[in-house]
Design a protein around this ligand. Structure first.
Ligand code: ADP
Ligand code: MG
Length: 531
């Protein structure tokens, strides 16, 4: 009984009330506006120079790579132009030692190697033709551009983007720490390693996974409505949304298309409320932050995303194990355990090490409705070396895990609600019959049971959304969204390249003509005429 009461008391510390949700939404909106006006704010609100979302008619074969936080994915995507696509992919876990490598080169050489393996496995024909052409053609420029795969690089860390395929790393997150890479252009780092392997691949676009998710969802979502928000709930959390240019007050340096009146903004919402004015802050949140590689930042992410939920739970468990007032995972003798044994934790259980508890087990806990919680107890044994946990132990584990998961979903609703309200779509008469479409990606939102239901539950309580508004918000999984999205942005980039080269060529002709006192090339918009 003591354990049940104690675990309920702990779970209650993770409650996040409707009122708290509402104040956080207001604060989120305030921090969004602040980020649109100046640099150096909590929400970075990074302009992406992407000024429109796709409508499903785009076509072509592209490559994409995705450096998430846990895995590296390589894929090729055939866009069929009818909202469908064909995707081939491979995935490897990023070795932990490379996340904290001495030099950026070590990490990027590994990434380039995976691209090479992928080409050999899935595009051997293309690969061989390329090698043959290289050997037979005399002018490298002759073949260079036509036969090279355009690759969209999804890089899910904060980057100062200065062009469609150029951007410098602002800081690492999610447990990565390679100081040497900060301030460098991550596309150039990848291209250099690709070139060392002589691969027919050009890094054409730098894509944040949130922007990719937004684009992918917009390409494939049903109906004519464009998607307004792409959000990630995976290792980390972040979102990108479509903002009106007129709200973007801070100066923009690069060139962009002004005709749509919109631009995709990468919020970097992982850093929402680093000052903790509205975020909850239990003793375990404090402990997690203190022991993290980046104390004081990514405070929202540390309460929401996959990398951290398991760690919060682990810290609670360690405290409970030490608590003399309760017997958690500890039996007086076999009679106090419903399996008539005594609980044993192996001495090298990963429950004793930082990051040793994978958030995935929280999904198992939430999904297990068997009377004896036998699935969960099986996983405790398999994943954490906890043998013969009692039913009461498993119940305590589940109650606390559920509370942490639920708080994460309600906090996720804060960001979604704030952005939906910011777009004004719920009150816009022109949009009255249309859903407000949102694409999400990441293992947490995809696999955690009822994560989206818990988000909706919180959305319904938000002022300005309510029951009716929540019904119009359509949150859909954009599976492998970052891959397809990266391909779509590589397509945009390829179009821009073509326009630029044509413009350069015509420009040259024009100046030659001028020097000969001839006017063979009209001064009119050569670039527009070409597409
Ligand atoms: P990435 O962030 O690298 O793109 P994912 O979207 O797959 O990768 O997210 C990985 C994160 O999701 C990890 O932190 C992992 O602990 C968590 N995760 C994986 N599977 C599950 C699951 N079934 N339920 C909840 N979280 C999960
Ligand atoms: Mg991801």
């Amino acid at each position: 009984m003591a354990l049940e009461a104690q675990s309920a008391a702990i779970a209650a510390q993770f409650d996040y009330t409707d009122d708290q949700v509402n104040s956080a939404v207001n604060e989120f909106r305030r921090q969004m506006t602040e980020g649109l006006e100046k640099d150096g704010t909590s929400l970075s609100q990074i302009p992406t120079y992407v000024t429109g979302v796709p409508n499903g008619t785009e076509k072509g074969l592209y490559m994409a790579v995705d450096l998430g936080g846990t895995n590296f994915r390589v894929c090729s995507i055939q866009l069929n132009g009818d909202t469908t696509f064909n995707l081939t992919f491979s995935k490897v876990a990023i070795p932990r030692e490379l996340m904290v490598a001495k030099t950026a080169q070590e990490l990027f050489a590994f990434l380039a190697k995976q691209v090479e393996l992928f080409l050999h496995t899935h595009h051997e024909d293309h690969f061989e033709q390329h090698v043959r052409r290289r050997m037979t053609m005399s002018s490298p420029d002759g073949y260079k551009d036509e036969h090279v795969f355009r690759l969209g690089f999804t890089f899910s860390f904060p980057v100062q983007q200065v062009g469609i395929n150029k951007g410098t790393l602002i800081r690492w997150t999610k447990g990565f720490d390679i100081p040497d890479a900060v301030g460098k252009d991550v596309c150039a780092l990848l291209q250099d390693e690709i070139d060392k392997l002589h691969l027919p691949v050009k890094v054409a676009a730098l894509v944040n996974d949130t922007v990719g998710t937004l684009m992918a969802r917009s390409y494939s979502s049903p109906g004519k409505t464009g998607t307004v928000l792409g959000a990630i709930f995976g290792t980390g959390t972040n979102g990108a949304y479509v903002e009106k240019l007129s709200n973007l007050k801070k100066p923009l340096s690069g060139e962009y298309d002004k005709t749509t009146g919109e631009m995709v903004i990468n919020t970097e919402w992982g850093s929402f409320d680093n000052q903790l004015s509205v975020l909850p802050n239990t003793a375990w949140d404090v402990a997690l932050d203190k022991a993290s590689p980046n104390p004081g930042i990514q405070m929202y992410e540390k309460r929401v995303s996959g990398m951290f939920l398991g760690e919060i739970l682990r810290l609670v468990i360690i405290d409970l194990l030490k608590d003399p007032k309760v017997s958690f995972l500890r039996d007086e003798n076999s009679s106090s355990n419903d399996w008539k044994s005594t609980t044993n934790i192996v001495s090298d259980s990963s429950v004793y090490t930082q990051w040793g508890l994978d958030t995935a087990i929280m999904s198992v806990a939430a999904a297990d409705n068997t009377p004896e919680l036998s699935t969960l107890r099986g996983e405790l044994e398999k994943q954490l070396g906890i043998y013969s946990a009692g039913l009461d132990d498993a119940q305590a584990f589940k109650a606390i895990a559920n509370a942490i998961g639920r708080r994460s979903a309600r906090l996720s609703a804060v960001a979604i609600a704030a952005i939906v309200l910011q777009t004004g779509k719920l009150t816009d008469p022109a949009n009255a019959d249309e859903p407000v479409d949102i694409g999400v990606d990441g293992s947490l939102v995809e696999h955690y049971p009822y994560f989206r239901d818990m988000i909706y539950e919180a959305l319904r309580t938000v002022d300005g959304i309510g029951e009716e508004g929540a019904k119009r918000i359509r949150i859909g999984i954009a599976k492998d969204g970052s891959g397809v999205g990266a391909a779509l942005i590589a397509l945009v980039a390829a179009g821009m390249e073509k326009r630029l080269t044509t413009a350069d060529y015509l420009g040259e002709l024009r100046s030659n003509a001028k020097s000969n006192n001839l006017t063979v090339v009209p001064e009119t918009s050569a670039t527009a005429a070409q597409d």
